[in-house]
Write a protein that binds this ligand. Structure first.
Ligand SMILES: [Fe+2]
Ligand SMILES: [Fe+2]
Ligand SMILES: [Fe+2]
Ligand SMILES: [Fe+2]
Length: 425
């Protein structure tokens, strides 16, 4: 499938009336977990398309170009609204949060498994263990608040147990900026990965930022407060991988190409018939956006789309599915690593005056003020053990105890043994 060779529909074909815009939401009892995660992914992809376009418009002076951007942007906004409204009224924000973190785990794992660029793969593996731990923290809060076991919501496709403990995620911002790729030299899959994961993590960060003060109890408000800041770190990490040397119009083309690729992937892998039709319709709309972006690139920069994306054929569709063995191997091999400038390092290899330790003493001077730790302590107090869904014991021996939350792994020297990251190839 090459979207550049398809006949585009006009931008206005994406404009819908209010009746067309309001969808039928999914049924929480019947929906496939990965349908929920695809919806969150496309919500985030549309947000990124919309906000990239807003930023672009604030950095150019030509009003013909700004009018073109405004036309497409309105359609992106409608798309985001319709996709986000597929979530029904009777799914609580905390239940929806479980799907956000399941997406973060299984999308990150899938991208990492196919990633040829070692620098990008390391970033994915690194943050994977953090979102995996977030899932465990929220799941414990969910059982305490509503008596709901999160394994039902994730369909038992994703394990729920400690990863790199959330208390260890709080790093100095200097250690979250990585090396950017060059989209002219990188493989197409790599460019797509950096764009897809940045949009997904940004959506998660925005979701937590927006619902933190709407949560109905202090423990949950505090948990969102803490994890929203970790998602800020994830966005900083992932956006730093993106090609920051490309022009605005080149990046517009890449954004539309990414949207086309993701709607096509969703269409190819969707099991819900009604939602599959939405993905198909939106792929058509995106092909119109892509051709418009190629036209603007030609008009304003005199470049053909092939100079930016030489081979427009899509890679294999992105498929969301279980990654239990993969996550276990990354957990076993890398839990004790932290960020260290453009790379990652075992905590015991850091000098005593490393920014990581200084930052930890500023943000988390004692365990008992850290919300993600207190959630587990409270669960243990009430049920004598934490909540987990695991198919075997945790691959990290230090994370196996069910009656005591480990706050040392990934944070204190020699708190666990890790061998290191593996590249594909
Ligand atoms: Fe879109
Ligand atoms: Fe997360
Ligand atoms: Fe994240
Ligand atoms: Fe678009």
């Amino acid at each position: 499938m090459n979207p550049f060779t398809h006949k585009p529909c006009p931008i206005t074909a994406g404009y819908k009336n209010f009746k067309e815009l309001y969808p039928k939401s999914y049924n929480v009892c019947e929906v496939d977990p990965y349908t929920k995660t695809r919806i969150i992914l496309m919500n985030g992809t549309e947000f990124e398309a919309n906000w990239f376009s807003h930023q672009f418009a604030r950095h150019v002076t030509d009003n013909d170009l700004r009018r073109e951007l405004a036309m497409t942007r309105y359609a992106e906004k409608q798309q985001q609204l319709k996709v986000s409204l597929l979530k029904p009224c009777n799914e609580s924000p905390l239940e929806h949060t479980i799907s956000y973190e399941q997406l973060a785990v299984d999308l990150t794992a899938e991208l990492a498994r196919r990633e040829p660029d070692c620098n990008v793969k390391k970033a994915l593996d690194f943050a994977l263990l953090e979102d995996f731990d977030h899932l465990y923290r929220y799941a414990n809060q969910l059982e305490m608040e509503k008596g709901i076991r999160a394994e039902k919501l994730v369909g038992r496709y994703t394990e729920i147990m400690p990863g790199r403990p959330t208390i260890a995620h709080h790093r100095c911002p200097l250690d979250n900026v990585k090396r950017n790729i060059n989209s002219k030299k990188a493989c197409k899959e790599t460019v797509l990965s950096t764009m897809i994961i940045t949009a997904a993590e940004q959506q998660t960060m925005n979701y937590y930022m927006n619902i933190t003060n709407l949560a109905t109890n202090d423990a949950l408000r505090k948990l969102y407060m803490e994890i929203a800041l970790v998602e800020e770190e994830h966005v900083t990490q992932y956006e730093s991988l993106m090609d920051s040397g490309a022009t605005w119009l080149e990046m517009l083309l890449w954004h539309e190409y990414t949207e086309c690729y993701l709607y096509w992937s969703c269409f190819m892998t969707e099991t819900d018939r009604y939602i599959k039709c939405i993905w198909e319709e939106y792929l058509e709309i995106e092909i119109g956006h892509l051709h418009k972006a190629a036209e603007l690139l030609k008009k304003y920069e005199g470049k053909e789309w092939q100079q930016v994306i030489p081979d427009g054929t899509f890679p294999e569709p992105l498929c969301l599915h279980e990654n239990i063995d993969y996550v276990r191997s990354v957990l076993k091999n890398t839990v004790q690593f932290t960020g260290c400038r453009e790379d990652y390092e075992r905590v015991e290899k850091l000098p005593n005056n490393a920014d990581f330790f200084t930052f930890q003493t500023i943000i988390a001077p004692s365990d008992d003020i850290v919300p993600s730790h207190n959630v587990i302590c409270n669960h243990i107090k009430r049920y004598s053990s934490d909540y987990r869904f695991q198919v075997a014991e945790n691959p990290v021996p230090e994370l196996r105890a069910r009656n005591c939350d480990n706050t040392m792994v990934g944070r204190v020297k020699d708190a666990a043994n890790s061998t290191g990251f593996c590249c594909n190839k």
